[in-house]
Structures are given as C-alpha cells and as structure tokens.
Design a protein around this ligand. Structure first.
Ligand SMILES: *Cc1c(COP(=O)(O)O)cnc(C)c1O
Length: 374
C-alpha cells in the first residue's frame, strides 16, 4: 500500500480494490440476502466508479446502483455489463440510451413510469418502483401507490415494462423510525402482489440497516459506504465491523523550512510556532477535498508519527509543524487510510471537520491521482 510515489505525482489516492472485494464479501455474509446491490454513485464514493464496480463484482455484488443515468452509461461505456440500477432522474430525462443499454430504472412517480414505458423499445423497460416510506425525498407517494401499481400492471401486460424491483430508503433516525418505514414497505409489497406484480428483488436497507436492522433486509440490500470500508456509525469503527478502508490519501512533503519561535503558518497565522521548529509543506488543499474546516486539527502520519495541520488549509496546500522531528522533502504524508496500518481514518478527518466520512471521500478532487493497488 505504501511505497514511493510515481514520478512527479504530488497528490495521490491509493485505492485498494482487494479491500472493496473483501468488504462486499464481509457485508454479504452479514446480510445473507440473495441480492447485494453495491452502490457506486458519485464516482464510487470518490474511489473511481469502475474500480469500485470491479471490486464489488469480484466480491459477489449481484447488481450495481448509481443515482444518475449518466453514471450508469459511463460504466457501460467502460465495459461493465453487470445489472445496473439508476434511481434519480432529471425532470425531462431521456431514458432511451439507458434502456438501450439495459440500465434498470428506479421510478418515483406515475408520470415517470409512463415516460419510461413510452421510451421502451423492443424489450420491456426493467423498473424498480420506489415507494416513499418517510424520508421525504423521491418515491411514489402512498396516495399514488395503487394507481402506480395498476398502471405498472397494465404496462407489464403490454410488454412495455417489467417491474423487477420494489424499493425504499430508511432515514436512520432511530430503530423505531426505521421499523415504521419497514412496516409501510411491507404494506406496499403486499399491495403490489395484490395488483399482480411479481418483482424479484425488494430492497430497503443501505449500509447501516444492513448491519443493524435484519427486518430491513428483504431480498436484497443496497450498500454504499460499507463497500468502501467505512463505518456509517458514530459508535463503531470500520475495524469493529470487519471492514477495511479502501482509500489512502497521501502526498509527499514538498518543502521543509526551519523557523524561529513566533513564525506564523498559512493565512491568518492561526498557528504560530511556540518555539524554534520545522514547518513542512503538504500539497493538498481544499480544492483536493481536504476540508478547510479541519484547519489546525486534521490528523496526519509522517515517518510513523502523528501530526496535525498547522494553521489554515489553503486551496492547494497546508503546513505541518513537526517540531524537531527529522522530516525531508519527499517523505510520505498520509492523511487517512487503513487504521490497522497506523493511518488516521477518513472518520478522524470527518470528526475534525464536523462532517461524516462519506463527505470526506466523495469530495476528493479531480487533481488527485487515483492509483489502484490490487
Ligand atoms: C446512497 C444511497 C445508498 C447507499 O447508502 P450507504 O449509507 O452509503 O450505504 C442506498 N440507497 C440509496 C437510495 C442511496 O441514495
């Protein structure tokens, strides 16, 4: 995982595809469901959608999930022919390219169902009806559910659609709130059966419910953050869940400067040297996804020791005050990675910035080179 930087590389996210594969295996064993939908939206949570897809398929994912049709088409263009579901659509979306390439579509309204059916070609459009159980996002409203089911059954009979899935999404507010959503989903499933629909996969749980709420597992789970080895829980680490973080964010030290007591670091001098010390410069900034909110706090590892950001994170870089530790230009700085290898975690950065680990990994910028390690 470590080793030297490729020539000239200054910002690097190492992606451990084997970790993704391991995490899917691990979570499949927890879920014990027939279907495992690995969510690879938002460029595979920043890890690279294709890398994530390949790792997840190797680990046994039966389907892949993305938000946007464009993400699904990019995976098809890259040669991924696995079953693939996209569920968040533009108001005037053109579904024809997705249907032509066997992308399954989440459906959140009767109007959307009708537009998809109208664009179906020779083969029926494969759809998953999304039922709104409480999150207040998309999904077919309870008041429209019976109309949607009747319309879906009619379109199935005409050969224009095939309803292969029913799904919803829980809020993770509390066990009681999630169980209330489970019950509404069960009612929706029963109504679909009564309307003559026979979907093969009913899916409700994302990572947290997959692990903590067996009642939410149904035929399949839709797992995102866990695939990348990150814990969705505040009270349990990835290691406690048997998961391995798949991303290591690192950069080489690009400058070392010995400074006198009182010397400031970065804009606003929010850090000043308490005594004569050494400042080193790390070429990762908020444009690369290092949160500015983690100024003066974000943890790092250099030469096997822990340090933290000194002063403000700037657009391209930040300073570290390493005291009298011998650090040289070219030394590796690890911002986060696998804690079992001594690295801080994406969750540590999330804590330092007042956010969640999801946001840390998905916001890694385009300037950071992704290098896949097997
Ligand atoms: C992003 C997303 C998921 C995955 O959630 P995780 O918490 O990352 O497992 C599942 N379902 C839907 C609808 C999503 O938008």
């Amino acid at each position: 995982m470590s080793g030297s930087f490729p020539t000239g590389v200054m910002r690097e996210a190492l992606i451990d595809r084997g970790a993704i594969e391991h995490n899917v295996r691990q979570l499949r064993a927890v879920a014990k469901t027939r279907e495992f939908i690995a969510v690879v939206k938002a460029d595979g949570y920043g890890h690279g959608a294709l890398t994530a897809a390949r790792g997840a398929i190797a680990g046994g994912a039966t389907r892949l999930g993305v938000a946007d049709v464009s993400e699904a088409l990019a995976l098809r263009d890259a040669g991924v022919d696995h079953p693939l579901l996209a569920w968040l659509h533009a108001p005037d979306a053109d579904f024809a390219p997705a249907l032509a390439r066997d992308v399954e579509l989440g459906v959140s309204s009767v109007a959307e169902l009708q537009r998809i059916a109208a664009q179906a070609g020779e083969r029926p459009a494969v759809v998953h009806l999304k039922f709104e159980t409480g999150l207040g996002r998309n999904g077919i409203a309870q008041s429209d559910w019976h109309v949607a089911l009747a319309e879906a059954a009619r379109l199935e009979a005409e050969g224009r659609v095939r309803v292969d899935g029913l799904f919803s999404h829980v809020s993770g507010t509390s066990r009681e709130d999630d169980l209330a959503q489970v019950r509404l989903f069960e009612d929706a499933i029963a109504a679909a059966a009564a309307a003559g629909l026979d979907p093969s996969v009913r899916h409700l749980a994302a990572t947290a419910a997959t692990i903590d709420l067996p009642e939410a597992r149904f035929d399949g789970v839709r797992v995102g953050v866990g695939v990348y080895g990150l814990s969705p829980f505040e009270d349990r680490s990835s290691a406690a869940l048997g998961l391995r973080p798949a991303m290591t964010l690192r950069a080489p030290v690009v400058a070392v400067r010995r400074v006198r007591a009182g010397h400031g670091a970065s804009y606003g001098y929010e850090h000043r040297a308490e005594r004569d010390t050494t400042f080193v410069l790390v070429p990762l900034g908020y444009a690369d996804g290092v949160p500015r909110q983690a100024s003066n706090r974000g943890p790092l590892r250099i030469r096997g020791r822990r340090f933290q950001v000194a002063g403000r994170v700037a657009m391209d870089q930040f300073v570290v005050d390493v005291g009298d530790v011998d650090v040289a230009v070219g030394d590796q700085v690890v911002l986060f990675g696998d804690p079992l290898r001594g690295a801080p975690t994406a969750t540590d950065w999330a804590d330092a910035a007042g956010t969640i680990n999801y946001e840390i990994v998905t916001r890694i910028g385009a300037r950071v080179r992704r290098s896949v390690v097997e």
